[in-house]
Design a protein around this ligand. Structure first.
Ligand SMILES: Cc1ncc(COP(=O)(O)O)c(C=O)c1O
Length: 444
């Protein structure tokens, strides 16, 4: 029998054959310096290759909202395998899933399925450009819409919301920065000014309606309404990218929760509970641009893969059950308040900020985090210590970069009270040692 290598030796071997040792750059947890090597997932738990059980607060970057091995999702995927592993073909299940989405998502009059989030944000921009004949687009600082060229721009100085916009990766043309108008989230004056100057030349305004990629930054009161009003006035298409926020606080997404309906919206992640499936949906007249005579193109061999569509039907059935969102929101309220108390009692300065099933931990901050600048300006060293210690004691949090925001965390419907209690105990132990360090430093 082959011995199961431990994480360190597997990472050494993986670096000899995989670029950077991984299949996705963000899979190296920057706080651990290596990936979490998973053997299997069960409910809210991951089992790593060293045989450790971890309570998971990343949940497949948010995809596994029902847990890692939900029986109905597994049965749906097995059904798809029995039907033949079909892609590049339409079935009655595609119509059934689209009808379900039209029923539950107010913004969705027509739906088009694809495979991953990045594809559908790009298609949404393409539709907006085709509809308006304009090419520029407005996005908010730090809002993440995938790793395609259009989204790979950032402020030169991430802590300065007026510094110039530059590529965030080598290989991305500097010229593309001229297409992007970038504005700080929740900054009414900056948004009003950007619309006054650029509104008439914008194809679209994109946002994460809750900025979960920065931990959790909700929209300020009236901000989504303002986006709706100004885009309508200037003839720009409003796009809510609900790839991460969709199904997190409300079955109809953030647009249903706030009662603000964008022109287009994108979904992925929790839609198929971990199977690759994404969608762009929205106003029928805009979506008609994707018809054969419409002029805007989208296709793809794997778009709307049958295994994923069946998984999504099972997922949405579960999420549409009465009481699910009361349960998610009540769990969220209790758990985030308890986490905050544990940190406070141990003298660790941190802001716990969450909505629905996802949250952020902002070490070194106590005031509400309302902007990307706030989110990136957390204490990275303390976050690293926290994530590493929790991981050692069996609670998994992810981190995305050492320079950026703290990384988003979340729970699933498979997390039990026992999981939350165990997590609070671990956090108490870790915060206890960190608090002592902070107090000792304070006494100098
Ligand atoms: C809001 C948002 N949009 C788009 C994407 C890109 O999705 P994918 O990684 O499936 O391409 C992500 C991924 O994290 C996301 O959070």
């Amino acid at each position: 029998m082959t011995a199961i290598p431990n994480a360190d030796s597997l990472f050494d071997k993986a670096q000899q054959v995989l670029a950077g040792g991984v299949s996705a750059g963000m899979r190296i947890n920057p706080y651990l310096g290596k990936p979490l090597y998973v053997e299997r997932g069960e409910g809210a738990h991951l089992y790593d290759i060293d045989g450790r059980r971890l309570i998971d607060f990343n949940m497949s970057n948010g995809a596994a909202l029902l847990g890692h091995d939900h029986p109905k999702v597994k049965a749906a995927v097995n059904h798809g395998v029995e039907l033949g592993i079909i892609c590049a073909a339409e079935t009655s299940f595609h119509e059934e899933l689209a009808a379900k989405m039209v029923e539950i998502i107010p913004a969705a009059e027509r739906v088009r399925f694809s495979s991953v989030g990045t594809e559908v944000t790009i298609v949404a921009l393409r539709i907006a450009r085709a509809a308006t004949g304009r090419s520029k687009y407005l996005k908010f600082d730090g809002h993440f819409h995938g790793l395609a060229e259009q989204w790979l721009y950032k402020r030169k100085d991430p802590l300065d919301p007026v510094s110039p916009v530059v590529p965030s990766s080598d290989g991305v043309p500097v010229s593309g920065a001229a297409e992007v108008v970038m504005v700080p989230w929740n900054d009414v004056a900056a948004f009003e000014e950007a619309m006054r100057v650029h509104g008439g030349e914008l194809a679209a305004v994109f946002c994460e309606p809750i900025h979960y990629n920065a931990g959790c930054i909700p929209p300020a009161d009236g901000f989504l309404e303002l986006l709706r009003e100004r885009t309508t006035e200037h003839g720009a298409i409003l796009v809510f990218d609900e790839v991460l926020s969709g199904f997190r606080t409300h079955v109809g997404g953030v647009s249903a929760q706030y009662g603000v309906t964008p022109d287009l919206t994108t979904h992925a992640k929790a839609l198929a509970n971990g199977l690759p499936l994404s969608s762009v949906s929205g106003r029928a007249d805009l979506m008609s641009l994707l018809t054969p005579t419409g002029g805007a193109i989208h296709s793809g061999t794997y778009s709307g893969h049958l295994l994923s569509v069946l998984a999504a039907l099972a997922t949405l059935d579960e999420l549409s059950r009465p009481g699910v969102y009361e349960q998610i929101n009540a769990t969220a309220e209790n758990f985030y308040a308890q986490l905050q108390s544990v940190f406070d009692e141990n003298g660790v300065q941190v802001r716990v900020q969450g909505m629905g099933a996802r949250f952020g931990l902002y070490f070194g901050r106590t005031d509400p985090v309302t902007t990307w600048t706030d989110a990136t300006n957390h204490d990275h060293a303390v976050n690293q210590q926290f994530v590493a210690e929790c991981n050692r004691l069996g609670v998994a949090f992810h981190g995305y970069t050492k320079q950026g925001p703290p990384g988003h965390a979340g729970f699933s419907l498979a997390h039990t009270q026992a999981d939350f209690d165990e997590t609070l105990n671990v956090v108490d132990t870790v915060a206890g040692s960190m608090g002592k360090g902070q107090k000792a430093k304070g006494k100098g």
